[in-house]
Write a protein that binds this ligand. Structure first.
Ligand SMILES: Cc1cc2nc3c(=O)[nH]c(=O)nc-3n(C[C@H](O)[C@H](O)[C@H](O)COP(=O)(O)OP(=O)(O)OC[C@H]3O[C@@H](n4cnc5c(N)ncnc54)[C@H](O)[C@@H]3O)c2cc1C
Length: 468
């Protein structure tokens, strides 16, 4: 692999782009793109260690430019790392081998809205919140609402197999993305559409969904859109024990109810979620939506199930307040702002049978290294649920934070796999989990490595990720 972009190569690259400002070797730009939102990257930044600095950044303006750049880089064996908005929390868009960083943020147009079929087609670099605002003005919504809605791109969602806060009702990105356009490393363009549903061989867009920039660059995405719900209702419940809350979630999903908001907090996180340090119960935030008659009926049915498991309503305000601050990340940001602040988020999933085992094991495994371990269960399914763990602590220096976080990731990844949990529910693999990726894929690794060989034989795409 050629990791040095020579002056001559830079000239060649510039010749592929229509505008001179679409290429940058400015040290400030390169350094800015050496860090994403992975807390390890934040610790590196505090130490002035820009070890993931690319050699050059390109900002393509259209698919044709993406195609020309990839074809050229493939011939010259120069690595290319795609960058959406850099909100990855696992080091996904960090350039591990120098080369070209392809920042698609200039490709952010809304290509078409099809109100007859309820689809919107966008360029991949558009920020999710900008698209959602555009749709809301027309009476529609994406029903995909990650906490990072306003700081992540639609192409990034597809690349990471992302999940929104309302997934229990509306599904994850693979359910909401019905088509995509991507460019492979040899410059070939592929358009993969599957609306509304097809039985025409495998659904090939799922090879690109979750590929984390390792197979090509997503240039366009078609998403389902939905009319904004007529009514939203909220309720907050407390439980005598965490396990009764978990059983209530299972019964709600098992009975076919689909509240759009369904989040169960253990006591440690409930204290933060309820803004009350003496709060002493696990707490559940529920929200139902749709036609008023459905939202009312669904909330009533959920409340009946919850009562069967000893849950008690404490009113709507806790859940409604969460809804208002659902994009707020300040608790973590404040910790990360301290010189030795340590904060991390780890999300996995498991079946209803084993999720409590994962919760207990993960909590016990990471607790010795931090001051606080906060956990909640969200993204529920008929057969299981995601567990989200937040770690907060403080070390004497950023160097110690870096070491401690790497240690924590090693332990957490091992524990997740040993308890039969998925390695990740929605943040993806990136660098935080790359060592464990092959093991987690199991028999799928053989298939995936053959695909990689066929699509990216020179391994120029996002080196160091997804097991390569
Ligand atoms: C405060 C905060 C809250 C978050 N909340 C959520 C959440 O609720 N749900 C969730 O799923 N995630 C969440 N995340 C994680 C992150 O926002 C997602 O992983 C998001 O999908 C990444 O999008 P991005 O555009 O920022 O991609 P980047 O971070 O730039 O890149 C992520 C990966 O995708 C690849 N990639 C990006 N764009 C393309 C493209 N066009 N073509 C090919 N590959 C590409 C990159 O190479 C990299 O491997 C959160 C992050 C933060 C900081």
């Amino acid at each position: 692999m050629n990791t040095t972009v020579t002056d001559q190569a830079l000239q060649g690259l510039a010749g592929l782009l229509n505008r001179p400002e679409s290429i940058s070797t400015n040290d400030g730009d390169l350094t800015e793109h050496a860090f994403d939102w992975w807390p390890v990257a934040s610790a590196l930044k505090k130490q002035g260690k820009a070890i993931f600095k690319p050699e050059v950044i390109v900002y393509p303006n259209n698919q044709a430019e993406v195609s020309r750049i990839l074809k050229w880089a493939n011939e010259k064996l120069i690595p290319v790392t795609p960058w959406g908005a850099g909100s990855s929390v696992v080091g996904g868009p960090l350039a591990t081998a120098g080369g070209i960083l392809m920042d698609v943020s200039s490709m952010r147009s809304i290509v078409a809205i099809d109100e007859k079929s309820l689809h919107v087609k966008v360029e991949a670099g558009i920020i999710g919140g900008d698209l959602e605002d555009y749709l809301n003005n027309k009476g529609y919504t994406l029903n995909h609402s990650p906490q990072s809605l306003h700081r992540s791109s639609v192409g990034g969602w597809v690349a990471t197999r992302a999940s929104g806060q309302f997934s229990s009702k509306h599904g994850n990105i693979e359910d909401l993305c019905v088509g995509l356009r991507a460019t492979l490393p040899d410059g070939t363009e592929i358009i993969l559409d599957s609306a509304p549903r097809m039985a025409v061989g495998p659904d090939l867009k799922n090879i690109i969904i979750g590929s984390e920039g390792s197979l090509g660059v997503i240039t366009e995405v078609t998403m389902r859109i939905f009319p904004v719900a007529e009514k939203r209702l909220f309720e907050t419940f407390i439980f005598p024990h965490l396990n009764s809350g978990i059983l209530a979630l299972k019964a709600i999903m098992g009975n076919g109810l689909r509240p759009f908001l369904l989040r169960l907090y253990d006591v440690s996180e409930a204290r933060h979620a309820m803004k009350d340090n003496s709060f002493s119960h696990p707490v559940l935030f529920i929200g139902t939506e749709g036609l008023k008659i459905m939202a009312d009926a669904e909330l009533k049915a959920c409340a009946d199930i919850i009562a069967n498991f000893g849950g008690k309503s404490i009113g709507s305000s806790g859940a409604a307040a969460w809804m208002e601050r659902r994009f707020d990340f300040s608790t973590i940001e404040k910790v990360l702002a301290k010189p030795g602040g340590l904060a991390e988020t780890i999300e996995v999933s498991n079946t209803w049978r084993d999720i409590s085992k994962t919760y207990e094991a993960l909590k016990a495994a990471v607790s010795p290294y931090v001051d606080e371990v906060l956990c909640h269960f969200s993204h529920a399914y008929s057969d299981g649920v995601s567990l989200y763990v937040i770690l907060i602590g403080e070390e004497q220096s950023a160097a110690k934070v870096e070491r401690q976080l790497k240690n924590i990731w090693e332990i957490a990844n091992r524990t997740a796999l040993d308890t039969g949990a998925s390695l990740s529910h929605h943040h993806g693999i990136g660098l935080a989990r790359s060592k464990f990726f092959r093991e987690a894929l199991g028999d799928g690794w053989q298939l995936f490595s053959q695909m990689k060989k066929a699509i990216d034989p020179n391994r120029i795409m996002n080196p160091g990720k997804l097991g390569f």
